[in-house]
Design a protein around this ligand. Sequence first.
Ligand SMILES: N[C@@H](CCC(=O)N[C@@H](CS)C(=O)NCC(=O)O)C(=O)O
Length: 310
Amino acid sequence: MGQLVNGQWSTEDQRRVGSKGEFVRPDSPFRSRISSSSNEYAAESGRYHLFVNAGCPWAYRTLLYRKLKSLEQHISISLTRSAAGTEGWTFGQEREPLLNAQHIHDVYTAAEGSFTGRCTVPVLWDKTRQTIVNNESAEIIRMLNSAFDVLPGVATADYYPESLREEIDELNELIYRTVNNGVYRCGFAQTQTAYEKAYDELFDTLDLLDHRLSGQRYLCGESVTEADWRLFATLIRFDMAYYGQFRCNRNMLQEFTHLWPYTRDLYQHPGVAETVDFDAIKGIYFGSRPPGIVPKGPQIDFQEPHQRGS
Ligand SMILES: N[C@@H](CCC(=O)N[C@@H](CS)C(=O)NCC(=O)O)C(=O)O
């Protein structure tokens, strides 16, 4: 996809491959935090903005949390086009209104003129300090979960409760490595061995989670947590994108006894369905590659009753 080198766009793709041909995801460089007690990044209404692509599973986490926590009135957004162009994620000729950016890389250079690195979404932008606060989705959703709770109208739901943190962290670690990033390790592997290792680990974890969900409604019991939402972002894309495009094809999600109704259960939570943009999902995985033909199928009914409680 290319990247910035000293603030200039370069179409040369930096290799993200380890010595065994395995996909290696670079660390996110902007890691500041918003909090209700921060002097630098205070939790204020209207101050922050998200630059996102609705198809991307990492950016999607932040869109989902913005909805779940009723933060739409406090945090504004700019959506890129779903497919990437020669200069990465783009807003097209119309540009987006906040920074007059045409590409996501314009947002990175607005924060740091000589930035070197990949220009990923999501980006959490501070309108006051005119800079990027954070571009790591795992950290952004933690902030959205609680930092803005003091503002009017914000939902009080806590998806990272104190009593479950250890369990959530443990699940996140396994699910990030083998499922969220696991599908990318399948799709971007450069050797057969690296691909098969990622594939086996992915389906071992999905089998384990399917079994876990046979005896309880959600990953940590009877209440939805961050671990569920992070898993959901991958599962909702599974049959449509990863099964075919990333060769994650031992089974479709729809063939799992418990994971499939579990995914529908989460999809049917108030507000969630409207955050999922199936055209955008197909757009990033298929539309970004020439000749940009997007598959019509598969037909999946996420609204089918899930029978896992109400
Ligand atoms: N660690 C980041 C990863 C984000 C990420 O890789 N986003 C993809 C889109 S799905 C991206 O923007 N890729 C562009 C690139 O790697 O150049 C996060 O979770 O926020």
